[in-house]
Ligand binder design. Sequence first.
Ligand code: NCD
Length: 362
Amino acid sequence: MANLYNNLNLIDLNDYSVSWWEKLLDRAHEIMADPSAYVESCKGKIMGTLFYEPSTRTQMSFQTAMLRLGGTIIGFDNPATSSVAKGENIKDTTKIVSGYADIMVMRHPVAGSVKAAALTADCPVINAGDGGHLHPTQTLTDLLTLKEEKGSLEGLCIGLCGDLKNGRTVHSLIKAMSCFKGTSFVLISTPELALPAYIKDVLSAGGHPYKEVSSLDDAVGMLDVLYMTRIQRERFASPEEYEKQKGHYILDKKKMAKAKESMIVLHPLPRVDEIAIEVDDDPRAMYFKQAKYGMYIRMALILTMLEENSLKVPLITGKVHNHQKCSNPLCITHKETYLPHYFRGDGTMLECEYCDERTLVE
Ligand code: NCD
């Protein structure tokens, strides 16, 4: 039986209100001021970390966050050494771990997979990245960095550069920043790696001004924040397509010289070649500090999600249409075929509850 309403889960940050995010940011600020006050806050609690895809920062910052709160961790970071290698489906693996742990963090290469896990899990589930779809805790990290370093989340001109098509951190950040007054966006990519239509819809719906450009050199001078991203090699259909896209955007000292003194550079990391090492010493380079903020916001998140009275939101708001297939070939419903096909809306266009893609009714 699907667990549509029972647990608190973090699948998409936009399932929660801006004031809920702001409480988390304030809590992280308090933790940073006095981390020693929290060393026993999660004593006796266990976090399960299920990483079906490589990770350094997300996984380790979740683990250190839990350890710094006095809790313990179980899990895997290589599905090849778990029962996944024997062909176990997501439902069974996550159902079992959610019975062992008090809270579960999951990363998976397929869009919608973490929501699929949350449907039957017995504990709260946190999305640590589902394919090219969303990455809400990276966005919380980005919001904390912006709040601490810029003083406000309003009125910022944000440039996002690189793989805007496949970069889940870009999708989550745009959805979040669209909730703040006065945000404008400059989308810097090749036409092949432009932002997907369903994220552009979020921009248009919020009435936020945005420009799509191909030159970083021309755009850098107008930005308050530059969010660099790597080209997501693992999401390309062929190595040849990746080869055509790599190396287009490299932020170096020369480009930094054209940027405002107050502009800050963010990057979710890992970097490949899109930020030259020479930029690391520039005081505007914020990416290493940003990774550290990630640990504190995850401490705040774990604490909040383990509270009995935490706000719960429904996982599914639409209905089952089992005869209807999602139009996104990279959606989890095509891989785990036992999943009910949940869609939002009615009429001729439905929105998949797992990956958010729009599908014409068959
Ligand atoms: C990002 C991710 O996994 O989406 N990394 C991270 O979590 N900090 C960005 C990336 O892999 O390019």
